[in-house]
Design a protein around this ligand. Structure first.
Ligand code: ADP
Ligand code: MG
Length: 735
């Protein structure tokens, strides 16, 4: 990271700094974090608003603390102001001593009546007590192990105390209270105190006081970016008020007003982003496909009959493809509902129209599996199908790239490798992304940009309630496959704890003796893939040595080379591996009908939708399947979540519950959606505001789709800033 001061920057030190390089710029004791867009001339001055200044320019934030803030994603003053509390402690009300109740956290105003000498109860435990009075009664303030208090208080002085009340046997006590002298609103009492999420090594007090300093730094001069008309219509508070009151609300009403505005704005931005993508693509000229007369015959030769839902979705797709506009369609369907064949048939239409079709999937294993099944499916057709992943040998890859460019292959299946710069298509007509929640909007757009407005089909395996999908995938039309192919058996799911381990192992032995196969999924390790691999290796060793010495135990994890993965998958498919221990790499797509048991370790660590995905790997053949979830958590929420898994096999229901219990933060993290993280809105409980935000966004885009009006200028700036990392602003705003 380059560093220089503004003075030298002006004198042309920028020469030699490359575009996109991030650097810190210091001036007047402030540090700015900048990304170089282009070299500037000698005399140009860089203008930066207070908001984008580095957090270290705030009082109380030195180098070391700045780094701790960085760890929780806070780099600038703006990041800080938008780091919202997860909760509040209401210390605003002062109660009379006579009114306080056992167990409550509350403020009392007390005059010191008498002080007791500190008592040493035993080694390591001392107690200090004060007797306090107001005009209604007496209460004892008790502190444990707080030596420094002995000389703090004088009899007759009045303080505000905040702490937990214990009221037993008519004796009232306030335990370990925070306190400050009476007189005006205090720093720690008589107000609502914010509690911040995830603080690394920063204490709540530090964050609170840095936050106060931030407000002192920016004053109340933040520029309003929501158009006045929208604020008025939807009754939204002004930005300075909203930020101040979300952090330091004066009253509960103040907090509600602030939250309403900030939730609205967050959802409004999300909608604007999505709708802008949509209007941009709708205005484009698309490729008009002709109906393919061979399609019906091809479908009739499939080894199974399409479900009604599949047939319906295919005809929706056909309509899109033939209308002359680029299609942007999402297929939602539960695991196993048969999305792949729908994609394959769409690609068939595309190729028969003389265009190339590409399918992008998140893992190499999945790419290989699709490649095999597409080759089978189209074996009697004159179609060239190829696979492109990161691990293809260089020489082969060069040839492949050439084949794609010259149009010698018709169907290209691959991973992220497809969106590399060097890949050019001859005439890309259709882009399909599978398991879309793993790709961002940006990646999808990048792939699409390799053709001239190709049709886009997105398949998601995490079904979400329709109302929500309509809003969250505002840039796409939606088709739903709401029917499973006939003859599917429900997977029996059991939630167990450690005490059942032996029984689970003997159950596995029994199933294997009957010829079945088993998946054991390792716990999700948040820290890193390397850790996850380690725990998998360890588990396999234990199982091989101690538990299943006579069985073949295989190991699959993300760090294996693709050919190793393929080899293991091949051995599992052909049945020579009985038990496959795996990290979550098997989550998507893999199809082994003979596998009937799935054991998931530390199931409570997974999201419900992810568990449902994993479980979708079994129950694919004619034998009854069993999913066994080890839950090691005692928490109520964990138990509740596990129970849902046990009770239902419906992916839509599961994701709805997941949303309700976990909150959307995790559910729609950037990883899954590729859009700005939701910081404050709760898609479940704020559905009403979500609808209003959508309405506002639709109206605004109707009036001024390019944000050209004067009153939308500030909004446009804000949007570009918000979206710039996530989606190419160019894609949205054509700039
Ligand atoms: P997903 O929707 O999870 O991607 P797949 O497309 O992988 O599901 O389909 C799961 C399995 O169901 C595959 O083996 C596929 O061949 C099979 N299948 C798909 N459609 C039908 C159908 N209409 N009838 C019977 N089997 C089907
Ligand atoms: Mg699939």
């Amino acid at each position: 990271m380059a560093q220089c001061d503004l003075g030298t920057a002006r004198r042309g030190i920028y020469d030699g700094i490359q575009p996109d390089e991030t650097m810190h710029l210091c001036t007047h004791g402030c540090r700015y974090k900048l990304t170089v867009k282009h070299s500037i001339g000698r005399d140009e001055v860089v203008e930066i608003s207070d908001l984008t200044k580095d957090i270290s320019c705030i009082k109380g934030v030195g180098e070391k603390r700045a780094r701790l803030f960085n760890k929780i994603g806070i780099y600038t003053v703006e990041d800080m102001l938008y780091y919202f509390p997860r909760d509040y402690e209401d210390r605003s009300k002062i109660k009379k001593i006579i009114e306080v109740l056992d167990g409550e956290m509350v403020c009392v105003r007390g005059t010191v009546f008498s002080r007791m000498a500190e008592q040493k109860v035993r080694k390591g435990l001392s107690i200090y007590k004060l007797i306090l009075k107001d005009d209604t009664g007496t209460i004892t303030a008790t502190w444990y192990n707080q030596k420094y208090l002995s000389n703090t208080f004088s009899v007759g002085e009045t303080y505000i105390f905040y702490g937990k009340i214990s009221a037993k046997y008519r004796k009232k006590e306030i335990i370990n209270p925070i306190f400050e002298k009476d007189g005006g609103v205090g720093k720690y009492t008589q107000k609502i105190i914010p509690i911040y999420p995830l603080t690394s090594s920063l204490t709540q007090k530090v964050i609170q006081s840095v936050m106060e300093n931030c407000f002192a730094f920016v004053g109340s001069n933040l520029k309003e970016y929501l158009p006045h008309a929208i604020r008025k219509k939807y009754n939204l508070s002004e930005i300075n008020y909203a930020l101040k009151n979300i952090h330091f609300p004066d009253t509960h009403e103040g907090f509600l007003k602030a939250r309403r505005r900030l939730v609205f704005e967050e959802l409004f931005f999300l909608q604007l982003g999505l709708l802008s993508i949509r209007t941009t693509s709708e205005a484009l000229e698309g490729i008009k496909f002709e109906p393919v007369k061979e399609l019906e015959g091809f479908i009739s030769k499939l080894p199974f009959q399409l479900t009604e839902a599949q047939t319906r979705v295919i005809s929706e797709i056909e309509k899109d493809l033939e209308c002359g506009k680029p299609m942007s369609r999402l297929i939602q369907g539960d695991v196993g509902s048969g999305k792949t064949i729908v994609a394959a048939l769409s690609m068939y239409i595309c190729v028969k129209n003389g265009y190339q079709a590409a399918l992008m999937v998140p893992t190499e294993i999945l790419a290989e599996q699709h490649f095999q099944s597409f080759r089978n499916l189209f074996q009697n057709e004159e179609m060239n199908i190829c696979i492109l992943t990161g691990s293809i040998p260089k020489k082969q890859k060069i040839k492949l790239i050439d084949d794609i460019k010259e149009g010698r292959v018709n169907i290209i299946i691959g991973t992220h490798a497809l969106i590399q710069e060097e890949i050019e298509f001859f005439n890309l007509g259709l882009v399909v992304t599978d398991e879309q929640h793993r790709f961002g909007v940006k990646q999808r757009a990048t792939l699409a940009s390799k053709g001239k407005n190709p049709h886009i089909l997105v398949m998601t395996a995490t079904p979400i309630p329709r109302t929500l999908a309509l809003i969250l995938y505002g840039d796409l039309d939606i088709s739903i496959i709401d029917q499973l192919p006939p003859g599917r058996k429900k997977v029996n799911t059991y939630v167990v704890d450690e005490s059942k381990r032996e029984r689970v192992y003997s159950f596995i032995k029994k199933q294997v003796a009957e010829g079945r196969q088993v998946y054991i999924v390792c716990p999700l390790v948040e820290e890193s893939e390397a850790f996850e691999m380690q725990s998998a290796v360890e588990l396999v060793r234990r199982l091989k040595e101690d538990v299943f010495p006579n069985l073949n135990v295989g190991l699959m994890h993300g760090k294996l080379k693709p050919n190793q993965k393929e080899e293991i998958m091949r051995r599992f498919v052909e049945g020579s591996i009985n038990i496959l221990v795996s990290t979550t790499v098997i989550e998507v797509g893999v199809n082994v009908p003979n596998a009937t048991v799935m054991v998931i370790e530390n199931a409570e660590r997974f999201g419900l939708s992810q568990l449902h995905q994993l479980r979708g790997r079994i129950g694919r053949g004619q034998h009854q399947s069993y999913c066994i979830l080890f839950n090691t958590s005692n928490s109520k929420v964990a138990r509740e979540r596990m129970k849902i898994m046990q009770e239902t096999n419906d992916g839509f229901k599961i994701s709805e519950k997941d949303l309700e219990l976990r909150g959307p933060g995790e559910f729609f993290g950037t990883r899954q959606h590729g859009l700005p993280d939701l910081k404050i809105a709760n898609l479940f409980s704020d559905i009403h505001l979500l609808k209003l935000a959508q309405e506002a966004a639709i109206n605004l885009i109707k009036q001024d789709s390019k944000f050209e009006k004067e009153e939308h200028k500030a909004l446009k700036e804000k949007l570009i800033y918000l979206f710039k990392e996530k989606i190419d602003a160019a894609i949205i705003f054509k700039i």
